[in-house]
Design a protein around this ligand. Sequence first.
Ligand code: G1P
Ligand code: ZN
Length: 548
Amino acid sequence: MSIKTFNVRTVATTPFNDQKPGTSGLRKAVKTFQQPNYLENFVQSIFDSAGPLAGKTIVLGGDGRFYNREAIQIILKMAAANGIGTVKVGQHGILSTPATSCVIRKYKSAGGIILSASHNPGGANGDFGIKYNTENGGPAPEKVTEAMFAISKSIKEYKILDADDVDIDKIGRQEVGSMTVEIIDSVADYQELLESIFDFKLIKSLLTSDFRMRFDAMNAVTGPYGHSIFEKRLGAPPDTVMYGTPLVDFGGGHPDPNLVYAHDLVEVLFGANAPDFGAASDGDGDRNMILGRKFFVTPSDSLAIMTANATLVPAYKNGLSGVARSMPTSCAVDRVATKLGIPCYETPTGWKFFGNLMDADKAALCGEESFGTGSNHIREKDGIWAVLFWLNILAVRKESVEDIVRKHWKEYGRNYYSRHDYEEVESDKCESLMQHLRNQLPTLKGRKFGKYEIATADDFSYTDPIDGSVSSNQGIRVIFTDGSRIVYRLSGTGTHGATLRIYLESYEADDSQHDHETQEALGALIKIADELATIKALTDRDRPTVIT
Ligand code: G1P
Ligand code: ZN
């Protein structure tokens, strides 16, 4: 009788100096991750900082991009060598970010690894990424990511098991050394959770009536979720989901649900005989874009409207404990919170800052201007959840998306909102622009530009109300006396140079002024933003690369 022995190899390695997790995990070019030991070093840093994980269960999956399957095999062998008890892996290596959060929570796992660079392009020449979520199902907080980075800078060895690859396409249990690998259905647990939140019966009656919707999965992870939930379960016709098969290169596209990158969906919704409702999600399924017939809902408005209508959804029928938005997100939701008499928290950019608020039941709905909305059902933003939330509202109110938004503006006023991105600028140019702004902070108050007068200006700093941790330098805010704002910050997710983001917001109470084109309504603020930051002069760019 032969007993199969497994050899744990301890491999000597040297540190890479660039493994600092950004806004959302470690994100780099695929080529960077393919360097010998690059992925292994970071995975070992995760295991050493997230632990002790020995004997425990973790969840593993990704958005299906290039290198997803290879990385899963490496991680499984390292997990076995590090004594992890069980790894639950999404079938074919597929698990959306929200589904991972759901599975971690449902099975009380110690944490989870998500392989994704979110909305960044994929393929051999695209990006790859790795994020760690903790036992609450949410992104690792800064103290954990800082520990990972610290370990990655001094790492000397990692552990890996010599073993065969696991068949990740076959549902069921397998053994890798003394570790169990469980290949799970990518959709089932998540779909069950969503069924407990929304009125599926009512949504089904909407989707099987003459109401028409299209959902663009952008060749990314939400394809299987969209087919299963909207078409199979809720009865929408089989052509409801567009680009519904996850591809390693996302079909060459940029899987970011906005008016620029989801252009095929936009053409359908703004074309002849347009459907009633359109939505899209991103690479890993946590973002969403909501469209009505010939109508775009800004993510900031979407959060405000969901908050105002939350009691129409079964899970939130008794009201919300509170809401939260990232600092650059428009203040539209603040007005709804005030009316409802519930707190509204303002956090730095990045979903990880909502985790403590949700764990402490201080915020039930959270959102970011960057097409992210979610709730305390999990600890990630959730694209499909947001789409179902809107469908539930539409099914109850039986009004068009546009009518619902316009009535909302009439009641609360309209926050004209836009973000201007200057991508791939040389890092030092962006740093000097931010420094130039910081230098002006003490003298900005009281400065007037036409009808706008600066009320306050600062570099946003956040003290977490639960654990007291402080996050400073989170973006320069210039706030005007009428509530309008300009925010400047540098992206923490880019992989080439620096990306300068400028967030512009102007409040308009008068409903006779709610029909302007957004860039036109923000024209004066756009000029002020350039005057204060001398963007053109300091970046050598005469216009943004992306406007959302
Ligand atoms: C961007 C968004 C931010 C979001 C993050 C992850 O980060 O602005 O709201 O949480 O992607 O999806 P940034 O590149 O601005 O640091
Ligand atoms: Zn994402």
